[in-house]
Design a protein around this ligand. Structure first.
Ligand code: 5IU
Length: 250
């Protein structure tokens, strides 16, 4: 075992990064380890989902570049207001994968201006340690392993990527389907209570699996929530399932 099961209270004492502390404090206050993935295509769907799931989540994960009618004033400004009111963080799943200079430009410029609103950003670490220096306002969640069938993130890659994540003060955690060092927060997507896959390579596990076997800290759920007939109800179900699985794993 790479990772001992630690409570959120223990993690909170150990972490130095203000974003990890914020995230963990929300988890404790809400009794939630749920991050909803808002892979929706319009501003109105994004805002309506955020409003419905807001009370049950610690963070909302966006792919802001799939919003077809994106407009900073109409999309980001109200999203920030909802996040503040319901007390959740914004995580932009940008998966940066370039040299430091380019990542710095992608992070702050263009129409999305990610650096001005994202508490957390995901990044590949393929560009190496120095490429991680420029995401100054956000906590970085490093992509260490992927959930899709046939991913190239094998044991060797994961170990090398993890070394960078452990060493880099701006990296607060990793996305992975395996155990990682407990100095990092572990974020696990590919969670669904109803199905084992999506027919497009996605592979799903249950909250029980990710907390008990991987000692994960946060589950990321997309279609299990936003495709449900009642997203609010589904988010509550995943919140309870995630929290119970966490408690059972202690
Ligand atoms: N996501 C994964 N697996 C990964 C990584 C990211 O599913 O290994 I890295 C993203 C993709 C999507 C969300 O935005 O997490 C999962 O959505 P579904 O729960 O709808 O499969």
């Amino acid at each position: 075992e790479k990772r001992t099961r630690k409570s959120y209270e223990e993690k909170n004492k150990e972490t130095q990064h203000h974003i990890s502390q914020k995230l963990i404090n929300i988890a404790i206050a809400k009794k939630s380890n749920l991050i909803a993935s808002a892979d929706v295509l319009t501003t109105s769907e994004l805002l309506s989902l955020a409003e419905k799931v807001g009370p049950n989540i610690v963070a909302l994960k966006t792919h802001i570049d799939i919003i077809t009618d994106f407009d900073y004033e109409k999309t980001i400004v109200p999203l920030l207001e909802i996040a503040k009111r319901h007390d959740f963080l914004l995580m932009e799943d940008r998966k940066f994968a370039d040299i430091g200079n380019t990542q710095e430009l992608q992070y702050s410029y263009g129409i999305y201006r990610i650096s001005s609103w994202a508490d957390l950003v995901t990044s590949q670490v393929i560009g190496g340690y120095a490429a991680m220096e420029y995401f100054l306002n956000s906590g970085i969640v490093a992509i260490l392993g992927m959930s899709s069938k046939g991913t190239l993130t094998d044991n060797h890659y994961r170990n090398e990527a993890e070394k960078i994540a452990i060493e880099h003060p701006n990296i607060i955690g990793g996305v992975c389907q395996n155990e990682i060092s407990d100095s990092l927060l572990l974020f696990t997507p590919g969670v669904n209570l109803a199905t084992a896959g999506d027919g497009k390579g996605q592979q799903y596990n249950t909250p029980e699996h990710v907390f008990k076997n991987l000692h994960s800290d946060f589950i990321i759920v997309g279609r299990g929530i936003y495709k449900a007939d009642d997203a609010e109800k589904a988010s509550l179900e995943y919140k309870i399932a995630g929290w119970n699985a966490y408690l059972a794993s202690l």
